[in-house]
Write a protein that binds this ligand. Sequence first.
Ligand code: LLP
Length: 421
Amino acid sequence: MPPFPAESPFYYHLGELYCEEVSLATITATVDTPAYVYSRSEILRRARAFVETTAEVTGGMATVCYAVKANANPALLHILVESGLGTDVTSGGELFLALHAGAAPEKIIFSGVGKKSVEMAEALTAGIRAIHVESEMELLAVADVAERLGVVAPVGVRVNPNISAETHPYISTGLHGHKFGVPRERAVSMLREAAASPWLRPVGIAAHIGSQITDLDPFRQAVMFLVQLADDLRSEGIPLEYIDAGGGLGIDYQGTAPGVAEWVRRIGPLVAGAGYQLVVEPGRSIVGPSGALLSRVVYTKTQGAKKFVIVDAGMTDLIRPTLYQAYHPIVPVSGSTRLAEVVDIVGPICETSDFLARDRAIPPAERGDLLAILHAGAYGYAMSSNYNGHLRPVEVLVDGDSFHVIRRRQSYEDLLAGAVE
Ligand code: LLP
């Protein structure tokens, strides 16, 4: 097995790890570690794959709404918006970032179970495509806000299809025991209520069954469920404009994962064939494989039966291994032919849960060596924190043979931001 996935923008050249045409050692010599590095061309390639395949299978009746939560770096958002993507936002903060990046309001979907009235007002004022409501109370709240603003709010309902998808339980969302969406019958009555309200206009239905899903069948089932529901509503005089199949397509952290086109071809024709526009909300599958976290070995130590490689990035930079026991490929920046040894790769944070990999075979790493944690472009920086006074890392964008900082490393002064003394 290659040390990292075949389609990665990261590859070895003469024993050195590169991103596009820039060696990662060159980048760290300039910006130090820890550092997130993203490939512009890979992000664009993946974004284009979504835009082109959805357009092809729907005859141009599709909107790809990038899920901002996966990576909200303003420069990356700008690139994605420029390449024709809409956005899926989940808070007033993400709405602000999307608009700041130049996102077209008519391609913004507002998702999430706990939107506050003030956030809804911001969204309606901006003129977004739709607010996706997830409860009866929320529907009333949107109507109230719309009435107060004197506008008609376009709404969708997030339906919980009770479909189980194979993924980590913390990122599975499509079962009735989860907080997300409403069951079918309640979605129907909410859409009837919306149709009857002077302040609401029902425009779509959505389902998002979870994240990092690599089996396409649950997606197909969820979309068929939505199409059936939309057809039933249409026959009672409530025609919807679109079906939103959510995000959730997995990437090949360890095993294999279906490609973007494969996913779109499986679900798109079902929606287009029934006469609805298609909306999708991919996050991870666009930015995940496009980014890596670079970290330097600070020390190594052996304790009991364990060898620890202590690096300068930890759970504060990339919490996925800690939170979901997620696997990220980890490779040396300077390739090594030495025999691998099994180690725990841990960070500087005062928690036993602060690890990037456990019992991982890597070539022997020494103080000062650089490691690249791959597939870290999604839910990496986005979930970072200042716990333990750890500064958030620098973010770098590689573009062909050049690179530039797209967010500077935090400074100690940033730790005082907002403090009132
Ligand atoms: N749409 C909705 C309504 C969502 O809740 C999400 C992700 C997406 C789209 C994008 O899903 P994606 O294509 O990225 O799978 N922090 C976790 C993932 C949480 C996903 C939350 N919702 C992780 O690091 O694995």
